[in-house]
Write a protein that binds this ligand. Sequence first.
Ligand code: CP
Ligand code: NVA
Length: 324
Amino acid sequence: MRANLKGRSCLTLEEFSADEIGNLLDDALSLKADKRARVFGRHLAHRNICLIFLKPSCRTRVAFAVAAADEGAHVEILSKDDLRFGVKETVKDIARVLGRMFDGIAFRGFDHAIVEALAEHASVPVWNALSDEHHPTQALADLMILREEFGHLRGLKLAYVGDGRNNVVTSLAVASLKMGIDLSIVAPPELQPNGAMVAQLERLKIGSTGSVRVTADAAEGLAGAHAVYSDVWVSMGEEALLETRIAQLRHLKVTPQLMALTGKAETIYLHCLPALHDLDTEFARAHPDACEVDDAVFEGPQSRVFDQAENRMHTIKALMVASI
Ligand code: CP
Ligand code: NVA
């Protein structure tokens, strides 16, 4: 394995250098090839991994569980019924207990400050499995699919369309600036990056070969893009905003016409999933205008969303192996 991140947490990706992220991607590619060949390591043998999920998850949770099992580790899953951070026990106390028993902790929750406090006090690596502000393990899988598709990252043009200030786009922007990607965030003014996100991106722009440009104009943002990326319009915890978001974002639904704005037939389409893309789900039938992507794109030849989803597991495996 090339990456050595022993004892280090992953909260936003900002904590790793471009070389370290590149090494992680090399490891993920090699672990993927090994798994295809049915070759498994024992990099995590006799290790115990704690998975804390205070929000729902399919991909991230199974990615950690399968990756751990492939490398010989045991996982224990804790939910909001098991842990009540700050209610009857402080985050600091919970972190110190878990750190005595586990070799690494994955945490999905709301306030980013909780995962920061866990990392500060646990004395073992903590991996942010999604907070309201960041989704760094998603960004690793996003970088991996781009590497697989284009063979390199530096100089790629990536366009993200939708809520321009959520966890997924924030981590995509951090990853882009780290790895020399030119990211356009296409979002209406009221959903463009602000506050802490802008401050972090300004800091990361210094010395970066990548860039982050923000625009409300889809034609401007998508021109020449190698990949177009979208996420749901309403993130977990924001359900009450659904109708407002539909009104703000419906003109940015990813349709074949929107994809054509790239001017390139070979542009790929990415999504972190879960996606609202057709009327086969109860939620989409109840809110048909909430679909952020047209089935013609999601199921079409440009879509790489399931390869991208698979890469969640390979990149999370590489991250755990490197940091434990
Ligand atoms: N992309 C992602 O994080 O999916 P889950 O919410 O299913 O984990
Ligand atoms: N922005 C979405 C991502 C889900 C993987 C959310 O936070 O719900």
